[in-house]
Write a protein that binds this ligand. Structure first.
Ligand code: SAM
Length: 482
């Protein structure tokens, strides 16, 4: 039998079934142990330092105790601490991105995904480079600067060369004042060699959802195709890091399996990356399974209500304080509003989950991957964020300045974010407002910028940011960032 070892490179040792089961039993046994729970909450709180603050994070066992505890007072404390952590490390900034679907050809048999090979009702489509260009221009015209490209797995239709060509095309398009400055990639698990090619193509984060950490369920949910190989899929992030990619994004597709099991597995995966590579995941996504062509989410065992979903998000925030957290338009405006306060740092906006959906005007499109709950335009999402006190950020500076992997984490831990990320967010928001916003959004935005500039601690940084924003307003653009 495999023995738990977070530093092992074998899936069954770092995502160890026995350790997860023992964790769940430990959490159940201690879910009313208030002495322990108070100690864990105390450990999770941000600690002030000379330059800002730092956090301890929580182990998967500690976080699982909090998740199991049903006391409403404890839940309230968890939410308060999640918000404190969020504000300490990410401030009130929310990074904006959009998915771009390249191809829905797929040779896998994933039971929850409409792109599965046996689905004969969904039309298959793969973008040509001309179509990629049209999509990117449509995305740039909305104001997007950061994309996550998505593709089914098909070595013949979507080989790595196709993905690389698309990345090249995306980065090459400069339409009006637009540019895609960071391309994150969500494609199937691949080889070290291919990860190096992606790294050399200039990708940002490599994102791969585990779907479920429960091996037996995983094998049933992925009955056919290369994705059936649980170990190959689970060890993908190690190959990505070996290939030179230092920002990786984890995620579970909540709803497939029992959430407490997934939660422990997800945190063990984060601990494993830290133990082996010295840096945890750059982001964690929290998607929930949605209705789609040929897919009924009620067929799966692990559906979770909104309250449980909120608690999972907040507990992840406490456990891995330096990891960005992503929520997509799978969730409604109401759910997204709540999660923003509990630790989310990135949201998508104006998304289309169909192949070619941005250049086509009307939706729904027949190649759509799943129902999008939040169907607002990017302009509406930007206005909504600002109205609830968040700064929509189109910043991609860290990536462009080489602040990835542990260098990004150092910035996050140094407490210098208010002198760096904050002005960058305001400058990129100003660019968005001038180039793409509606008059109402523009008015809200410049009001917010005026107030938020005052929060920059260093006088010199504040002055430079203010000057840049004036220049942006007066069409005097410089590609400047802190
Ligand atoms: N094909 C790639 C792979 O196998 O990892 C990734 C691309 S796929 C477009 C991105 C993610 O969509 C999947 O990892 C899965 O978690 C999610 N997804 C698939 N079907 C879904 C559904 N019905 N509802 C919500 N999310 C879904």
């Amino acid at each position: 039998m495999a023995i738990y070892n977070p530093a092992s490179l074998h899936a069954e040792e770092f995502i160890n079934d026995e350790e997860i089961r023992e964790t769940l039993a430990y959490a159940e046994k201690n879910k009313n142990n208030m002495t322990l729970i108070n100690e864990i909450l105390e450990k999770a709180r941000p600690i002030p330092t000379a330059t800002g603050c730092r956090c301890n994070g929580l182990t998967h066992r500690e976080a699982s105790v909090l998740l199991a505890c049903e006391d409403p007072e404890v839940t309230k404390r968890i939410y308060e601490i999640a918000e404190e952590i969020k504000l300490a490390f990410y401030g009130n900034r929310i990074v904006i991105f959009a998915p771009l679907y390249l191809s829905n050809y797929c040779v896998n048999g994933c039971l929850y995904c409409p792109y599965h090979m046996k689905n004969k009702t969904i039309p298959r489509k793969k973008l040509t480079q001309e179509e990629v260009k049209a999509e990117v221009i449509a995305l740039q015209d909305m104001g997007h600067k950061r994309l996550a490209i998505e593709s089914g797995e098909d070595p013949v239709m979507n080989p790595i060369e196709y993905i690389l060509e698309c990345i090249d095309t995306i980065y090459s398009i400069k339409h009006k004042n637009g540019a895609i400055r960071r391309v994150n990639v969500n494609i199937a698990a691949t080889t070290v060699e291919n990860y190096t090619k992606l790294k050399d193509a200039g990708i940002g984060t490599y994102i791969l959802f585990q779907e479920t950490y429960h091996k037996e369920s995983y094998l049933q949910l992925h009955p056919t195709g290369p994705k059936h190989d649980y170990d190959y899929h689970t060890e993908a992030m190690d190959r990505a890091m070996q290939g030179g990619i230092d920002d990786v994004g984890l995620g579970v597709l909540f709803g497939l399996e029992m959430y407490k099991y997934e939660f422990a597995g997800l945190l063990m995966h984060a601990e494993h990356l830290e133990a082996v590579h010295g840096v945890g995941p750059h982001t964690i996504s929290v998607p929930r399974v949605k209705r789609a062509d040929d897919i009924d989410p009620d067929e799966f065992d692990g559906g979770i209500d909104d309250e449980t979903f909120e608690k999972i998000t907040a507990c992840i925030r406490l456990a891995v304080p330096y990891t960005g957290m992503i929520i997509s338009t799978r969730e409604s405006e109401a759910v997204r509003s709540k999660l923003l306060r509990l630790g989310i740092s990135q949201v998508s906006g104006g998304s289309r989950t169909s192949v070619g959906g941005y250049a086509e005007k009307d939706r729904p499109h027949d190649t759509e991957q799943f129902d999008v709950s939040d169907q607002r335009t990017l302009d509406e999402v930007v206005a909504w964020l600002m109205q609830s006190g968040h700064i929509p950020s189109f910043c991609t500076a860290c990536y462009r300045e080489g602040r990835t992997g542990d260098r990004f984490m150092s910035l996050c831990k140094s407490g210098q974010i208010l002198n760096c990320c904050h002005p960058n967010a305001l400058m990129t928001l100003a660019e968005y407002l001038v180039d793409y916003a509606s008059p109402e959004t523009k008015a809200i935005g410049f009001d917010m910028i005026a107030k938020e500039l005052k929060r920059i601690p260093k006088e010199k940084v504040r002055a430079v940011a203010a000057q840049n924003i004036e220049d942006i307003k007066n069409s005097n653009r410089r590609d400047f960032r802190f």
